[in-house]
Design a binder for this molecule. Sequence first.
Ligand code: DGP
Length: 120
Amino acid sequence: MSETAPGAADCLFCKIIAGDVPADVVHETDTTVAFRDIDPQAPTHVLVIPKRHEPDLVALATADPGAATDVLRAVGDVAAQEQLGEGYRSVFNTGALAQQSVFHAHVHVLGGRAMTWPPG
Ligand code: DGP
């Protein structure tokens, strides 16, 4: 993460990356961190985030395609680590209308129960 990235100063997830806000970290690479969601919506609910501060995954992919790929690879690693081989859902809410509440790119990794479709 760049210390001068726009929006990073007051970003909750940047504070988790820095260790200033505690989190149950389950996976980390040079470019990503994964931790359990504080309000789990499934038996397994992990957030995978890039260390680089960007407001959403598309912005990250535009600014740094390699970092976006790293996030997706970390999703796969977390799914394997959490034994979600039967299936899991990866969600990235983008924008307020889609219920994005933290404007630091993240992927929800949800598993451990049957999912329904369409999503709400
Ligand atoms: P979204 O609504 O897509 O922006 O997802 C943000 C998620 O972040 C939401 O599911 C709840 C989670 N969350 C918010 N604050 C914290 C926190 O302090 N710690 C952890 N572990 N998760 C948080």
